[in-house]
Design a binder for this molecule. Structure first.
Ligand code: DX5
Ligand code: ZN
Length: 226
């Protein structure tokens, strides 16, 4: 079953030193993917990287890229991130008019296709589309900034998604993003998450590799069993 696979830890470089990103990527080489938060100052009130930057990060990163697009008009912009080599491209459901067609275009370009849901967005309409996606991202903060508090009230939504994935027999990864730390990762793992984004908890607390190992162990010990 997909939910029994080892938990994946995807550090977010949103909290890293933007002037030394190649070095910062080297510090998380033991992680599964590097989570790259693309923001357009429109879908969210913050601005980070674009496609050229993501392509360059992909060239120097020791681990594959998990791109999280917090941008409007994902239908237009998302395929370009697959074209520059991102292993996974996750777009927001709220920013796409045709998520199925977009997911297919991402897969055609060799990327895993992910769909992200803001805290106020219901997961139910997307559960019948599971075969089209490789990952569902349940946001556990309002997207836009690192360092916010984990929203425990997202756990019923995560459980619902985990039940549907288990029933489908598909290997759709369940990702959580926002406020993941040693204090909260077990809550999300118990509710069914298997892929964990952590920004502050990796880069702002001691050595990143030690934090990655500790987060992975904490997630594994609380992992949801179906
Ligand atoms: C927030 C981003 C997150 C952010 C998480 O909009 O999507 O990936 O980097 O940061 P922490 O782990 O500090 O909550
Ligand atoms: Zn993110």
């Amino acid at each position: 079953m997909s939910t029994s696979s080892a938990p994946r830890i995807n550090p977010s470089i949103l909290t890293a030193d933007f002037a030394n990103l190649e070095h910062e990527l080297g510090r998380i080489a033991t992680a599964d993917f590097v989570h790259v938060d693309v923001m357009d100052n429109h879908f969210v009130p913050n601005l980070t990287f674009g496609k050229t930057m993501v392509g360059r990060l992909n060239e120097v990163s020791p681990i594959p890229l998990d791109v999280h697009l917090m941008i409007s008009d994902a239908d237009h912009w998302a395929p370009g991130y697959a074209e520059v080599g991102a292993a996974s491209v996750t777009f927001h459901a709220e920013a796409s008019t045709d998520p199925v067609t977009l997911a297919r275009r991402l897969r055609q370009r060799g990327a895993r296709a992910g769909i992200a849901l803001k805290p106020g967005t219901d997961v139910e309409p997307y559960l019948e589309l599971l075969p089209e996606f490789d990952q569902i991202l349940i946001m556990t903060v309002e997207p836009g900034f690192g360092g916010q508090s984990f929203m425990t009230d997202m756990m019923p939504k995560l459980r619902r998604a985990a039940e549907a994935v288990a029933a489908s027999g598909l290997d759709v990864w369940l990702q959580v993003d926002g406020g993941i730390s040693l204090d909260t990762i077990g809550i999300a793992a118990e509710a069914g998450a298997n892929t964990f984004v952590a920004g502050s908890a990796v880069y702002n607390v001691g050595e990143p590799e030690a934090q990655i190992a500790a987060l992975r162990a904490a997630a594994a010990s609380s992992a949801h069993k179906h």
